[in-house]
Design a protein around this ligand. Structure first.
Ligand code: NA7
Length: 543
């Protein structure tokens, strides 16, 4: 890794500053450098990878088919890289991103260990001033945020958190050294997509494991396996079809919704279809289900019954099985955790499930966790308690636009953007995977590439037309925000508490329910972005 932390390097002016060296920041750097622009990326971590750099917890892996997840922009890269598993584990994914950084010599323009604390738009110079935590300031015409939608971890708001004397880790900030669970008493709080992954992995070697569950989720089998040689060859020969299929599906996954209603078929056919989806690898059960399962309560209930039956079949103790069946939301209305023998973990003698609805946590103590029923002592506590999703990573930076207006204040009642790519009053700032952007609800690299390509084209267009300032109009922003919220209202998840809806009970301030993603689907979003560009960037004011 090159050292780029000298004052001389940092205190300079660039055409573009990118915050974040994860999947989007890396690709954005690659594209802009090719245009001959001067670009500098500032990254908090010691190396590239973003999500895959921080989330090193045991069990972290893709829920997307690996070959649908990698970058598509380089045929050479596609042919060189060989995914080892259908759903790659975090170490391999991080190796892949390092390989990309090496291959395209990306690190020379990245300043590591440099969290950006503030960014302000200076009207007189039409520049963004960006300051790192070390107090170094750099400037650029364009500011591109590539800070990730799920990158601001939140610890639980439980009294006594700091008093605990054992080892404690949040999954989103996992140590670089391996953590040994053998013969250890481990407590885990959280049973979302992350909790499920970490629980099933830790359970393999742990001395004793206690899972603290506030809300169970409907979890579906991942169906992971190694990729054999003939399949590897087939994958390499099929990339055009793989990416074409992703471009046609709602969430840019390989799975396409079934055009039938759950009630177009007999009850036997429906059960057979659900069994087939349950046995198939990946998100098919969520993304490839009947078209009305996520929008019609009656259709959704047929899936709830099916999933509850599966849990009862797999968990030996009927009381524990009931505790693992969600009662406060329907199938797929929250993020589906993908699992491998997750439910069977609760059949192990050395695993205990604590239902926090029956036995709430009172506090964290120096020795462990105190509930209404008594104290549990641990050697290690794992917090799989989630993130301040989508807007949390923006809130961590003091971003000020025209007139010194703070982005955090502007978004206090919910984000407002145009296409999820810009917010009015923040000229020349572009938000990759920003709120209300389809990339937030997507097989993310597929939508990241769309975002980055669109932003690159905009910058190229401005250069060709001698334009120096782009800012979304209030009217375009209003119209997009309304469209985003209206689209979400049709979905069952709009009525359920989850990070999709901006609900995070650990934050000190209570928020209004506010949809953070875009549910209109990636093809419609892409079409809209293309139309806007073709119409001379309609809705943006260009100077
Ligand atoms: P999630 O999906 O937000 O899950 C967080 C989990 O932690 C969830 O089960 C929460 O219960 C639980 N939680 C959070 N705070 C507490 C407290 N204070 N007490 C008890 N339990 C708590 O985060 P993940 O990291 O699993 O997944 C985030 C995304 O990352 C995921 O969707 C993927 O796309 C990648 P709750 O449900 O709120 O009752």
């Amino acid at each position: 890794m090159q050292d780029r932390t000298s004052d001389q390097e940092i205190g300079s002016q660039f055409d573009v500053i990118i915050i974040g060296a994860g999947i989007s920041g890396m690709y954005q750097l690659y594209r802009l450098r090719k245009l001959g622009l001067t670009v500098r990326v500032f990254e908090t971590g010691k190396d590239v990878g973003g999500t895959w750099y921080w989330n090193r917890y045991p069990g972290a892996r893709f829920d997307s088919e690996s070959y649908s997840y990698g970058y598509s922009f380089s045929e050479e890269l596609l042919q060189e890289w060989e995914w080892q598993e259908h759903f790659s584990a975090q170490p391999e994914t991080l190796r892949y991103l390092n390989y990309v950084a090496d291959k395209f010599d990306l690190r020379k323009d990245i300043v590591f260990e440099s969290p950006i604390k503030s960014a302000s738009y200076e009207k007189a110079e039409n520049l963004w001033l960006v300051t790192s935590d070390k107090g170094h300031t750099s400037s650029a015409r364009f500011l591109i945020t590539a800070i990730g939608p799920i990158s601001a971890p939140t610890l639980p708001n439980i009294e006594g958190l700091d008093s605990y004397k054992g080892e404690a880790y949040h999954t989103g900030n996992w140590p670089h050294e391996p953590v040994d669970f053998r013969h250890k008493r481990v407590g885990i709080i959280g049973t979302g997509a992350t909790g499920v992954q970490v629980i099933q992995e830790v359970a393999k070697t742990v001395g004793h494991l206690t899972v603290f569950q506030r809300s169970p989720n409907y979890c579906a089998p991942l169906g992971n396996s190694a990729i054999d040689e003939p399949t590897q060859k087939k994958i390499k020969a099929s990339y055009p079809e793989i990416f074409k299929r992703c471009s046609e599906t709602h969430g840019a996954f390989l799975h396409k919704a079934d055009p039938r209603s759950a009630f177009d078929v007999t009850s036997e056919e429906r059960q057979a279809f659900y069994e087939k989806l349950y046995a198939e690898p990946g998100f098919g059960i969520w993304m490839g289900n009947f078209r009305d399962v996520l929008v019609d309560k009656r259709a959704n209930d047929t899936m709830n019954e099916f999933m509850a039956r599966k849990i009862r079949e797999r968990v030996t103790d009927p009381e524990i099985a009931e505790q693992l069946i969600p009662i406060n939301h329907g199938f797929g209305t929250r993020r589906i955790p993908m699992e491998t023998n997750y439910y069977e973990v609760y059949n192990q003698d050395n695993v205990k499930l604590v239902d926090l609805n029956e036995e709430p946590i009172r506090s964290i103590t120096p020795l462990g966790i105190l509930t209404e029923s008594g104290e549990y002592e641990f050697d290690i506590i794992i917090y799989a308690t989630g993130f301040d999703a989508v807007t949390g990573s923006f809130d961590k930076i003091d971003i000020r636009g025209e007139g010194g207006r703070r982005l955090k204040d502007k978004w206090s009642d919910g984000p407002k953007t145009y296409l999820g790519l810009q917010s009015a009053g923040f000229p020349n700032m572009l938000t990759l995977v920003g709120p209300h952007n389809a990339a937030t609800f997507c097989n993310i690299p597929r939508c990241i590439e769309q975002n980055v390509d669109w932003v690159t084209d905009l910058i190229l267009f401005m250069r060709d037309q001698n334009l120096v300032k782009v800012v979304a109009s209030e009217a375009a922003e209003e119209e997009w925000t309304e469209h985003v919220l209206e689209t979400a209202e049709k979905m069952l998840f709009a009525k359920v508490d989850s990070w999709f809806m901006g609900i995070n009970k650990n934050l000190a301030h209570k928020r209004k329910r506010r949809f953070l993603l875009y549910a209109g689907g990636s093809p419609a979003y892409r079409e809209r972005c293309n139309e806007v560009a073709a119409d001379n960037y309609r809705g943006f004011q260009l100077e």
